[in-house]
Design a protein around this ligand. Structure first.
Ligand code: CP3
Length: 345
């Protein structure tokens, strides 16, 4: 195999570069005026995701503006429940809404044969994006982790602590485990199809891993993610795998120790010492600038950027936020961040 020359892929292979590659979670989105303009032309958010021309344009907007080292395909983690036949709506200002699934019967009604054709627009958008990207820019595909998807599917919306989903897991273990294993299979298939459409790396977002009780981590988060990563490595060995078990800070080294996981993304609650813990366990750390420090800017932002750069100097690292960029983030702060990480500010 020829050595990858894209800095993002080099870093994911464990190379220490003079400057870490950088991309930002939610880098396409409402903080960009060109995104807000494009968004007005779509009927609703999922329609936007399922219209390849619009998804490609949204994916490319932050690359044109900031020259990030990787593009992440414009889509959403909730396309999987939507494709399985549990319709998802996005209510402006309220977030996602689904008809909650709370019985074995409802789980049996999910249609595992539907997603491949239903999600064809996502794969079309990946192919067109890959053809349009600069040669040095890598393309990332993604999916939600089984636990985070199950949490939305059972709650029917976002939640502070996902207590309804956790209660369902304990009260109906057979049904819950069946849902997790359906999602494990569907997430793996969705990621493999994204790789076949041009994604060079895939990230699994376990955004609510921090809401899990310690006894549930192996069964509902780490185990499913490990098996998804192993299946992808077995079937598509060239693809790079990033896991983002947000908030499960006590377990980061366990995710990093999975041979099929190349990188572990850290939330802003992880201390910089977690970078070496991740590397010592065999993965590359990604993260973990506080998105609020990016809103604040100035001396606070520089201090936090420099702390991350110093903690990984001479070691492999992918620079990112600890969570998604928020709509109120000033564009000038993002420009400054990119310049500083590249040693130009
Ligand atoms: O990162 C990117 O630029 C790629 C696109 C992307 C989106 N969502 C677009 C989006 C990615 C990778 C996601 C992942 C996602 N979606 C996660 C995991 C990451 C995380 O934030 O923890 C989750 C939990 C979701 C579910 C989701 N989608 C919620 C809760 C919301 C509503 C909250 C909000 O920010 O509005 C969304 C909507 C969404 N997904 C938007 C975007 C750009 C905003 C919708 C709009 O433009 O109206």
């Amino acid at each position: 195999m020829t050595k990858p020359t894209k800095p993002f892929l080099q870093a994911l292979s464990g190379e220490a570069l003079p400057r870490p590659p950088i991309w930002l979670m939610r880098q396409a989105g409402r903080y960009l005026p060109e995104y807000r303009e494009l968004r007005t032309r779509a009927k609703d958010f999922l329609d936007f995701c399922y219209t390849p021309e619009m998804a490609v344009e949204a994916t490319l907007q932050p690359i044109r503006r900031f020259g990030f080292d990787a593009a992440i395909i414009f889509s959403d983690i909730l396309v999987i429940p939507d494709a399985l036949g549990q319709p998802v709506r996005f209510v402006t200002g309220e977030g996602p809404k689904l008809e909650p699934i709370r019985s074995a019967r409802a789980i049996d009604q999910l249609d595992g044969e539907r997603p491949e054709a239903f999600l064809a627009p996502v794969y079309a958008a990946l192919r067109a994006t890959r053809a349009a990207l600069p040669v040095e820019t890598a393309l990332i595909g993604f999916a939600g982790a089984p636990w985070t998807l199950a949490a939305y599917m059972i709650e029917g919306a976002g939640s502070r602590d996902y207590a309804t989903a956790r209660k369902f897991a304990l009260a109906e273990p057979a049904a819950f485990n069946r849902l997790i294993s359906i999602l494990e299979d569907q997430v793996a298939r969705h990621l493999i199809r994204q790789i076949d459409a041009g994604a060079e790396a895939v990230q699994i977002f376990d955004s609510w891993a921090g809401a899990l009780p310690a006894y549930g981590v192996e069964a509902w988060s780490l185990g499913p993610i490990r098996r998804i990563a192993e299946r992808i490595k077995a079937e598509r060995p060239e693809a790079r795998m990033i896991a983002f078990p947000r908030g499960a800070d006590a377990f980061m080294a366990a995710y990093a120790a999975c041979p099929a996981i190349d990188a572990v993304s850290l939330g802003q609650s992880a201390p910089t010492s977690a970078f070496s813990a991740v590397r010592d366990a065999g993965a590359v750390p990604q993260g973990n600038l506080d998105p609020v420090a990016l809103i604040q800017g100035g001396a606070v932002l520089d201090r936090e950027i420099d702390a991350i750069l110093a903690a990984s100097a001479g070691r492999s690292h992918v620079f990112n936020l600890g969570h998604g960029i928020t709509p109120e983030t000033p564009i000038a702060h993002v420009e400054h961040l990119v310049a500083r990480v590249r040693g130009k500010a």
